[in-house]
Design a protein. Structure first.
Length: 759
């Protein structure tokens, strides 16, 4: 195998095959190439059997790309090699052995919508109001517990003294019981139950330890505690583990990623060999200098510095606009200018923002300028109602114990089975500790049901019985087509389409789109049936697994369109020209990070800034505004601290900047000042004592707190340093004040000395 095309650190990473290896791969440093070449080196040079290699990635797209590149590299077949996401890897293990921990091997996988439905059912059964307990919040707490491998019993013990969390523990306990009764797992369970299987069955763990002699994990900085433990259990014996990642790109702490996994890798394994990939093949040196300078302000990181042989490059452009409308127009004008002058394609441009709500103003501007664009993160194909309905039918065909899917389709399309009938069947199932489908089968013996209700239920059971029998002889694509027709689902859509065409009310296209989506599902099934990459039997169960593990983010990109996306979504992508919009305090860094006064939270925001900057290959524009309307409120905006962290020799400022709106010059309340000055050494008693000392005790006429509480937008005040000013906005105790000679300042009523001139 020829390794001459690799640089020295890359060759080191490829050839160091034995023992634990940590590859710190900076943005754009060719880590995918290193990983695939390393796999090829193991097979061709070290004569390792493909079946003894496990490579784990985070997305299906990355896994497919890695497999394709490995197949291009090696001479022998890679059919037996596992290149999977964490979840798909665990599914394969559980399908083989989950029965050893008391689960059915034909389990279904619940997505977020299924989870929400089941949690609501559990809350209803426990008589817990969804007005007091947010369903999404409960799911998040359960998911967080699973990420930390905290069982319902441990969760209950941990929060026994907390009345609210004790209720969540009850929901968690019942939720897991209902999952098992439904023969279902959620996505967190795929990993948690695999770990449980390994811990409870030594033979299974020993089998996979012997099988996977060489383990490689991509994006290791994004692993959760559960994922870390899964890898550790497999690798701790032979220690031939290679992890690849970049601590500077760890941006998913909010969803369970633990940066300590990569920072403390040397503590988990002995004699770790560390390789740093610092040569960037994507961006100009000017852009890399900007990224390096910003990320160097973080303390929780391993030292490295990106460099490129693309010396120099265009300076990073910083532009402050008046508002979000002007910001959108600026983006459009630059895109138009670069398309005309540099003959760029719209595909060359990406607009990155911190919050999805920012996209609205950018969209409006692009529409006004008649510039085509594509928003990443729209409604995903598999989340569309008609697709979820058909998938639910297919799930029940495979696993009638799936109560969530049964309830979704029992009256879709409408067949006269009302909510009261469903509730009666659900109550009976709960009482008998059986699935709803089992109770439906015995509807004739249920005295709670009317004759009409029994007939309707029996009609549904007849349909499902025919479909379940058909699954044994039909291919997946044929079965989907037959299900659409037998259930009346397709006819219902067609009837609604035709009716609305006559009414000319604009809904014709909506129903036609839904019909087209169902046809696309058949196309997907045909691709599945013809794919040479599908392992095992190409049956309905395998198809549903592939659907559950699919990500619409892996779909094809639109042609000749500007890309709009959040900074989180942009990770792993690259564009010749990038706009980072909304670089303002409380937007980026996000307000919850600022208000937390946490170094950890701000450092994750700074890593996100590093990721956003390193998406740019040739040109980078960064914008902020003086006033922004967001979430229905208009506020004076302060330039982000991250702009001030950019190196002066790498940036060029466009237009006039209001110095009073910069981070370092903006006036903050005493709490912020003390936080900045004493952050590393202060305690709350010290802070409280010193802050209280600044309160006004009526030392000036009109400056007592009672009068200050009446201050509102339009009030006139006098500040000894800034002079006379007008209050332009009030948020709680925080005032935004326009001073005649000093610009816009933010003051806190409780802790700032000023005189009230008029209310």
């Amino acid at each position: 195998m020829d390794l001459n095309s690799l640089n020295a650190p890359q060759r080191d990473a490829v050839m160091r095959t034995e023992g634990p290896v940590l590859i710190l791969a900076g943005a754009g440093s060719g880590k995918t190439r290193v990983l695939t070449t390393r796999i090829g080196y193991l097979i061709d040079e070290k004569k390792v059997l493909p079946a003894n290699i496990l490579a784990i990635t985070f997305t299906n797209k990355a896994a497919n790309e890695m497999r394709e590149r490995v197949e291009e590299t090696v001479e022998s077949s890679t059919k037996d090699m596992w290149i999977n996401t964490f979840h798909s890897c665990c599914v394969k293990i559980l399908r083989r052995d989950i029965n050893k921990i008391g689960y059915n091997r034909s389990f279904v996988i619940y997505d977020a919508t299924d989870q929400a439905t089941l949690v609501k059912d559990c809350m209803k059964e426990l008589d817990i109001s969804d007005k007091l307990f947010d369903v999404k919040g409960v799911i998040s707490q359960i998911s967080s517990a699973k990420d930390k491998l905290i069982s319902p019993r441990r969760f209950k013990e941990q929060y026994r003294s907390d009345v609210r969390m004790d209720k969540v523990a009850d929901i968690y306990t019942l939720y897991q019981d209902r999952l098992k009764r439904n023969s279902a797992l959620d996505f967190d369970d795929l990993i948690v139950k695999t770990i449980e299987l390994f811990r409870k069955n030594e033979d299974v763990l020993k089998y996979y330890r012997n099988k996977f002699r060489y383990i490689m994990v991509d994006e290791y900085q994004d692993t959760s505690h559960a994922q870390y433990e899964f890898v550790r259990l497999l690798a701790c014996e032979h220690q031939n583990i290679c992890v690849v990642g970049d601590d500077d790109q760890s941006i998913y702490g909010w969803r369970g990623a633990d940066i300590k996994n990569i920072l403390e890798f040397e503590k988990d394994y002995e004699n770790v060999h560390i390789v740093k990939l610092e040569q960037n093949y994507r961006s100009t040196q000017v852009i890399l200098d900007a990224a390096n300078h910003i990320i160097s302000n973080n303390t929780e990181r391993k030292s490295k510095k990106l460099w490129s042989d693309k010396e120099g490059g265009k300076l990073v452009k910083i532009c402050q606009l008046d508002n979000e409308i002007d910001e959108g127009d600026f983006v459009c004008s630059k895109i138009d200018e670069l398309v005309r002058k540099e003959k760029r394609s719209l595909n060359d441009f990406a607009v990155l923002y911190r919050a999805n709500a920012q996209a609205r103003a950018i969209e409006d501007a692009l529409n006004r300028a008649m510039i085509s664009y594509n928003i990443y993160g729209g409604t995903k194909f598999y989340e569309r109602k008609e697709i979820k309905d058909l998938i639910a039918y297919l799930r029940v065909i495979v696993n009638p114990q799936d109560d969530i899917s049964v309830k979704r389709i029992i009256n879709v399309p409408a067949r006269g089975i009302g909510l009261k009938t469903i509730e009666k069947m659900e109550d009976r199932a709960s009482l008998k500790q059986e699935s709803i489908y089992s109770v439906l089968l015995d509807a004739e013996d249920n005295s709670d049901l009317s004759t009409r209700a029994k007939a309707k239920v029996n009609g549904f059971i007849d349909i499902m019985s025919i479909l379940r029998s058909s699954a044994e002889v039909y291919s997946v694509s044929e079965l989907i087509d037959y299900t659409m027709k037998l259930t009346g689902y397709l006819k219902d859509l067609e009837d609604n389409r035709d009716k609305n065409e006559k009414l000319s009310n604009g809904k014709y296209d909506e129903y036609q789109d839904r019909i087209d989506n169902l046809k696309e599902l058949i196309s997907i099934a045909l691709e599945f049936e013809n794919s040479e990459e599908i392992e095992g039997e190409k049956n309905l169960q395998t198809f549903l697994e592939n659907v559950a593990l699919s990500s619409d983010a892996d779909g094809e990109e639109s042609e000749s369109r500007v890309s709009l996306m959040t900074m989180h979504t942009s990770k792993g992508l690259e564009f010749p020209v990038v706009f980072i919009v909304g670089m303002e305090e409380n937007l980026f860094p996000i307000s919850r990070a600022v208000k937390s006064m946490s170094d950890t939270a701000i450092e994750e925001e700074r890593r996100l800034c590093y990721v956003a900057i390193t998406r740019a290959e040739e040109e980078l524009f960064i914008t902020n505004v003086r006033n922004r309307t967001l979430y229905g409120k208009r506020n004076v905006a302060i330039q982000s601290r991250f702009i001030e962290e950019l190196p002066e020799n790498s940036i060029e400022t466009i237009g006039v900047v209001d110095e009073g709106l910069s981070y370092s010059r903006a006036t903050y309340n005493v709490l912020d000042k003390y936080t900045k000055k004493y952050k590393k050494s202060m305690n709350m008693d010290f802070l409280s004592k010193n802050v209280k000392a600044t309160k006004i005790e009526g030392n000036k006429e009109g400056s007592d707190l009672t009068l200050k509480d009446s201050v509102k937008a339009g009030s006139k005040i006098y500040h000894s340093k800034f002079g006379k000013g007008t209050v332009v906005a009030r948020n709680g105790n925080d005032l935004t004040v326009a001073f005649a000679n000093k610009g816009i300042k933010r003051l806190n009523i409780e802790y700032t000395v000023f005189e009230v001139l008029s209310i």
